[in-house]
Ligand binder design. Structure first.
Ligand code: ADP
Length: 202
């Protein structure tokens, strides 16, 4: 599979919820598999143990992935560190995909940039903006450092225009700016919205 980049590099896919980030990530990873490249896929885990799971799109496509707690666990998984039996040193995969990248902490940057330096094609998918439409965590820095950036849009659920933002609704009402990110027991949903129809209560 010919890549326009020589050796390792970073590709970032961003946009609001429902913009097709997972679909696009799965599309690129599937092509790499067809090209017989070694591919490893990760996503953040809620619990501490890493486990085998899937990256799935809202439209139903999916690809196998490993759920990990943090960026250090990605490095450990790739190098076989911490395995029960000492394994022979494994080569890095040619392609590493990471979904929901915005949920990894500050150490995602050094990890993925290090992999790119070591010759790996790294493909990240994640939210560029949080529900307040503020830049999300480690993503802005990686957008600046990436060789390739794709900004996708969804469809605004109010007017049908291209949507660039994720509307957070709590009990059907727009969330407040200072609402905690995790709300226990609340009926919480998200919708894709354009700039005009995105609401944050201050
Ligand atoms: P993301 O990873 O960005 O959340 P997915 O790849 O999981 O997006 O899902 C994209 C799919 O979601 C679209 O192809 C479409 O089938 C579906 N979808 C549901 N609601 C919307 C919407 N408001 N705008 C666009 N696509 C939507």
């Amino acid at each position: 599979l010919k890549s326009p980049y020589h050796g390792g590099h970073l590709e970032v896919i961003v946009g609001p919820m429902f913009s097709g980030k997972s679909e696009e990530l799965i599309r690129r990873l599937t092509r790499a598999v067809i090209a017989r490249q070694r591919v490893a896929v990760f996503k953040p885990a809620i619990d501490s143990r890493y486990h085998v799971t899937h990256v799935a799109s809202h439209a139903g496509r999916s690809t196998p992935a490993v759920a990990v707690r943090d960026a250090a666990a990605i490095r450990a998984h790739l190098t076989g560190e911490g395995a029960l039996l000492p394994a022979p040193e494994q080569p890095l995969p040619e392609v590493v995909g990471i979904d929901e990248a915005q949920f990894f902490g500050r150490d995602l940057g050094p990890l993925v940039l290090g992999l790119a330096e070591e010759g790996v094609r790294v493909i990240l998918a994640g939210l560029d903006l949080d529900f307040r439409a503020e830049p999300f965590g480690c993503i802005p820095d990686l957008l600046a450092r990436a060789e390739s950036v794709e900004k996708l849009t969804a469809i605004c659920t109010v007017c049908g225009a291209p949507a660039t933002r994720s509307q957070r609704l709590i009990g059907g009402q727009p969330a407040r700016y200072d609402d905690p990110v995790v709300l226990v027991g609340a009926q919480e949903t998200y919708e894709a919205r354009c700039r005009v129809h995105h609401r944050v209560v201050r």
